[in-house]
Ligand binder design. Structure first.
Ligand code: ATP
Ligand code: MG
Ligand code: MG
Length: 370
């Protein structure tokens, strides 16, 4: 049987490995941690830094295809692997998604709206960027940020020098992006999958609720007008097609209301070229999960149906106004209260078997079916 190589050993790699095993594939985890969550369910494990090229060489020989579970991985080792073995998604996409300025420039080039933004390369540059963007705004490190790290909201009462220091020191990035602050109605996301043959499917649009910049809950499908579901699908497909995606990619969105017309519109916040926390509900909620879909994509298999379970289409689901599926993350010590969910009908428990339940860490999740 074929072996799928995965760079990274966290819960995304773990759930991908489980999906791979179900389809009869073995997985080989490559990451620097000693007891990563994903190795408990995979066949092979190379414990190594990502920039250890001799370890990458032997990894490449042992796998048939490579994918990765996070977008902040160094891009050079991934590019290196492409000279030895097929790697999906293409590291070009990874590169775009790592760099917020490149990412937003790419999205706008497709005529898809984002918040207004300016690239900021120095403290002096920040002052002139604010003249263009205005207050309120968000300053984000251009690379390496996640879970809201390396971000500051700027209003006219915030000390700019301190904000600049915080953003650049938290992620040790030297560049930043200044974005217009969006007064959104809600946050949403759509996950698009594109196969080796170019076929595309998007999972239903979902609503995401964050607490302290960490995803708290996903409501699926999003209880939003059908026109937005259509818009989201078009956005997802356009992004996947135009960068030649093979694999899955999450598009984080802001739902905004046009104050004059009252119409809703979607703005793209950021992209993640991998399975996404807001897609965990698809394990039980969809005919094919985002993890199985990724495996199908990278192995050249046909894509699986993204219908909601019980084979009700998204349209029927929305028209019948069925209650949504709810995924809730178990953060930090919350993971210890898993027992009661075993007694709840329609509740599915997922524990990632990660050692240290430090505050805010994603330790597991629950998907509650209606
Ligand atoms: P992730 O963990 O999703 O990768 P991240 O650190 O890369 O997060 P973003 O997704 O860009 O950061 O921002 C985190 C959150 O901050 C968003 O989900 C949103 O709630 C808020 N946010 C980000 N950009 C803006 C904006 N321009 N206007 C208003 N709120 C924003
Ligand atoms: Mg991000
Ligand atoms: Mg985000």
């Amino acid at each position: 049987g074929s072996v799928i190589g995965i760079l990274g050993g966290g819960q995304l790699a773990r759930m991908t490995a489980i999906a791979a095993a179900q389809l009869g594939y073995k997985t080989h985890i490559f990451c620097p941690e000693s007891d990563p969550s994903a190795t408990h369910v995979s066949t092979y494990f190379t414990k190594s830094n990502y920039n250890n090229y001799s370890a990458l060489d032997s990894f490449a020989k042992q796998v048939d295809v490579v994918t990765y579970e996070f977008e902040n991985i160094m891009v050079e080792p991934v590019e290196y692997l492409t000279t030895k073995v097929a790697v999906f998604p293409d590291p070009k996409i990874l590169k775009t998604c790592q760099d917020r300025v490149m990412e937003k420039t790419f999205i706008q080039s497709l005529d898809i709206p984002t918040a207004k933004f300016q690239s900021v390369e120095s403290f002096e540059g920040l002052k002139s960027a604010i003249e263009k963007i205005g207050y309120p705004a968000i300053l984000k490190s251009n690379t390496m940020g996640y879970d809201g790290k390396g971000q500051v909201k700027l209003t006219d009462s915030v000390d700019l020098e301190q904000a600049w220091k915080k953003v650049t020191s938290e992620t040790s990035a030297s560049k930043a992006i200044l974005e217009q602050y969006i007064e959104f109605e809600s946050e949403a996301s759509v996950i698009v999958a594109r196969g080796l043959d170019g076929s595309e499917l998007t999972f239903p649009l979902v609503t995401n609720k964050h607490r302290n910049h960490i995803l708290r809950q996903t409501i699926a499908p999003a209880q939003l007008p059908e026109s937005l579901h259509r818009q989201a699908r078009e956005i997802g497909n356009k992004i996947a097609r135009s960068n030649g995606l093979v694999g899955v990619l999450a598009v984080e969105l802001f739902v905004v209301k046009n104050q004059t017309t009252g119409d809703y519109q979607l703005l793209v916040n950021e992209l993640a070229p991998r399975p996404h926390n807001s897609g965990h509900w698809t394990i039980e909620g969809c005919v094919t999960s985002q993890f199985e879909q990724l495996i199908r994509c990278v192995c050249g298999l046909p894509l699986g149906s993204v219908d909601l379970m019980k084979r009700i289409t998204e349209e029927e689901y929305i028209q019948q106004q069925l209650p949504p599926i709810v995924m809730t993350n178990l953060l930090g010590a919350e993971v210890n209260s898993w027992e009661k969910t075993l007694q709840t009908k329609g509740s599915h428990l997922h524990i990632y078997a990660k050692g240290d339940a430090r505050e805010g860490r994603k330790m597991g999740h629950i998907t509650q079916l209606p």
